[in-house]
Design a protein around this ligand. Structure first.
Ligand code: SAH
Length: 220
């Protein structure tokens, strides 16, 4: 029997993650699933944690923050209903993993992170993986990114005490804002849709994220 060399030793783990954690829990968006099959999640965690990267839980990254659980990211991305022409704002770059998935799904991605160390590390990994449609910056994402607005989709990866008004203002007509809203211990994933200039919000399900720290988040 011939040994077949696999150029990506994590490809099988990744395929299994998609089937057992994401498809099995009901995510059906084929573009989202294909993006998960492509993005090397192990590149976004510390090398000694690479073997853990495809497990069913969040993992600590720098600055006491976490790379979100794969299923949580998949579910949020499905609710974003991204089209290939969309311009995206991501608040809370963290490791940059979700940023890479967004770059696979959309035309242009602006990502903002409050810790410069995380923003720089994410930018470096994304450049190494040849994502040319991503701009990562450091700042308070609860204020949005007025210079690049409006956005078709705004995705927030940290929990806001209430829906930040600047993010609603920077949403394009027909756009979607997906974010966890609530207190530290009880949050709901929420979707805000802008229809004829009016924001309509819907609560989806309970979740737990690190806090959104900033002017329209939790004061620090
Ligand atoms: N999707 C990311 C999750 C990162 S955790 C991943 O998969 O790696 C959420 C991130 O939001 C943290 O890195 C935290 O520092 C960042 N954050 C919190 N408040 C913020 C704010 N006001 N502006 C920008 N980033 C913020």
């Amino acid at each position: 029997m011939n040994a077949v060399l696999n150029p990506d030793p994590y490809a099988d783990l990744r395929r299994r993650m998609v089937q057992k954690q994401i498809v099995a829990r009901g995510v059906r968006d084929q573009r989202v699933l294909a993006a998960f099959e492509r993005v090397p999640r192990h590149d976004f965690v510390a090398p000694y944690r690479a073997a853990e990267a495809y497990e069913d839980h969040p993992i600590i990254i720098g600055e006491n923050q976490t790379i979100s659980q794969p299923y949580m990211v998949a579910s949020m991305l499905e609710h974003c209903a991204i089209r290939p022409t969309d311009v995206i704002l991501e608040v809370g770059t963290g490791s940059g993993y979700q940023t890479a998935l967004l770059a696979e799904l959309a035309a242009e991605v602006f990502s903002i992170e409050r810790f410069a160390s995380l923003a720089e590390s994410a930018q470096r990994i994304l450049a190494h993986l040849n994502y040319a449609n991503v701009v990562v910056s450091t700042g308070d994402g609860s204020l949005g990114l007025p210079s690049a607005a409006p956005f078709d989709v705004i995705l927030v990866a940290a929990a806001a005490p209430s829906i930040p008004e600047p993010l609603v203002a920077q949403l394009r007509e027909g756009g979607r804002l997906v974010l966890p809203v609530g207190a530290e211990n009880e949050q709901f994933l929420s979707v805000v849709r802008k229809v004829n200039g009016v924001p309509y919000s819907e609560r989806l399900y309970g979740c737990k994220f690190v806090p959104l720290i900033g002017a329209h988040g939790i004061p620090h």
